[in-house]
Design a protein around this ligand. Sequence first.
Ligand code: MEV
Length: 384
Amino acid sequence: MKRSDIIGFYKKSADERWRILREFGGLAGAEIAALCDTGALSFRQVDRMIENAVGSMPLPLGVALNFRVNGKDYLIPMATEEPSVVAAASTAAKMARERGGFTTSSSGPVMIGQVQLVDVPDPQAARLTILRHREEILALANEGHPTLIRSGGGAKDVDARVVHTAQGPMVVAHLHVDCRDAMGANVVSTMAEAVGPRLASWTGGRVYLRVVSNLAVERLARARATFAKDAIQTDRASGEEVVKGILEAFAFAEADPFRAATHNKGIMNGVDAVVVAAGNDWRAVEAGAHAYAAWRPGGYRSLTTWERDAEGDLIGTIELPMALGLVGGVTAVHPTAKANVRLLGVKTAQELGEVVAAVGLAQNFAALRALATEGIQEGTPSPE
Ligand code: MEV
């Protein structure tokens, strides 16, 4: 019987690992060759990034054209295996250009770190105890992060809630941390770990989880674009019909979570592709986006809005959490991610997030335009 409990796999050389895979999976030489081609990364780099490394998994990388964001043109690298995504984004960006492209904004780059306290004798009183110690908590959290503090970041605020759970009431403290150009998961979790024991001793409770929250409601990116009705007609539908169809599709997504999930998946086709190309944690962005879509009043809904202006043109907006970093992590070491960030020409994580939001909006426009007219299979755009 083949066994998967291989002792010390991580200590074995690359050749030994491949030999094990060949035997275990009955892989042919060509299959092993496909696995072990690490592309722009050396095997050493791959081996340092993850455990039990055996190769890398390349994705196609394309470039979306036509994007103008806040008056500046961008070529947008997109890593995705899905056909039509890059062409659709490019087509939508070309149509948005008619009215100046995308305008964007952001909240501050603030992430939340959570500290879970259980078995707290007086939860409501404990909440106030935590809030009373705000300054000490912030000082403790910021200890040991001089670089972040020097750049204007660091823990800025504290709050606490009583959360009623199946295990009884818990006190959950939130640290609000300005992460500047870091994605922040590590620094925020480190801060939460640092303050946890002190919170436990002040409140008389026991500290359990201390980790970043991916529902990054204080790190939002927003984009807006006007699509002139005369620029968006299809072979079979007039501009007015396209506007009407997109408004109907949006109303559907707002009213029905079964549709909203797919609507938002289309947005994430664009968002994830840029986030992956920039070497960022797309799972964090995915988690944040869908949690945000569900957290706002009204239940799980669209991340975009669509409306018609007085001229009959279509206005789209998007707002979603965007926990991205340009320092630390893979962005700083992966040669392809580094090249992609250089190509984008973004100077801050915030700028990157806004460009990503614009791509998400463009992707949603393209999907709805195709769905509301020819249908997504027939209406798939060819490259622009
Ligand atoms: C497919 O990857 C994405 C779409 O289903 C999005 C949508 O339905 O809005 C086309």
